[in-house]
Design a protein around this ligand. Structure first.
Ligand SMILES: C[S@@+](CC[C@H](N)C(=O)[O-])C[C@H]1O[C@@H](n2cnc3c(N)ncnc32)[C@H](O)[C@@H]1O
Length: 179
């Protein structure tokens, strides 16, 4: 890891730590949105194709779900625990007229069915990735891809990794896994 990347990861983890104080039980990461330029790279890196089913686990304001449905013409589902983020992102999907191809499940990402997924995206803390690993191992079909942002899945070997600068001085690492 470069010195710059290590410093960026420390700042990010410190920010997450501060915000973690007001976390609700079951939260596997606080809200920390992926920059738009990285959202697009995650979907490209995950080889998302038109008509495929994708899920963003912990979907925040819905930006990945919306980009997947709008730009990549995928069938996109976000899962979000936070009431306000789930409501806002569902409202945004409605206002963009994307309800047929995008939706937000307001609930716990550990309690969902991902067996239809072609692509999963995650931006969770390492402990979150560890917690969802057994569920994904049990449910994901052969060939399904998982793209993890910044934090890897400790039990899996990535097929590819990519470092991207967000144009604002921070480097982001993406990991691609294939079942
Ligand atoms: C770092 S943010 C990422 C948001 C979005 N995926 C993005 O990349 O912009 C993590 C999100 O996961 C949500 N989250 C954390 N634990 C969750 C859980 N158990 N079930 C559903 N959502 C969860 C948080 O509320 C937060 O919005």
């Amino acid at each position: 890891m470069s010195v710059l990347r290590a410093a960026a990861a420390c700042i990010f983890l410190a920010a997450l730590g501060v915000r973690a104080q007001d976390q609700q039980p079951g939260k596997l990461a606080p809200y920390y949105p992926t920059p738009a330029v990285i959202v697009d790279k995650m979907l490209q890196f995950g080889e998302l194709k038109s008509g495929e089913k994708m899920f963003d686990l912990g979907s925040g304001d819905g930006r990945i779900v919306i980009a997947a449905a709008r730009k990549y013409k995928a069938d996109a589902t976000g899962v979000e625990l936070d009431d306000s983020l789930a409501r806002q992102s569902s409202e945004r999907i409605r206002s963009m007229g994307l309800q047929a191809v995008a939706r937000i499940i307001h609930g716990d990402l550990l309690q969902q069915d991902y067996s239809s997924a072609d692509l999963i995206t995650v931006y969770l803390l390492p402990v979150g990735n560890d917690k969802v690993t057994p569920l994904l191992e049990k449910q994901l079909k052969k060939g399904a891809r998982v793209v993890a942002h910044d934090f890897q899945f400790s039990a899996w070997k990535p097929e590819k990794m990519m470092d991207i600068d967000d144009g604002e001085g921070r480097s982001h690492r993406l990991y691609l896994y294939r079942r």
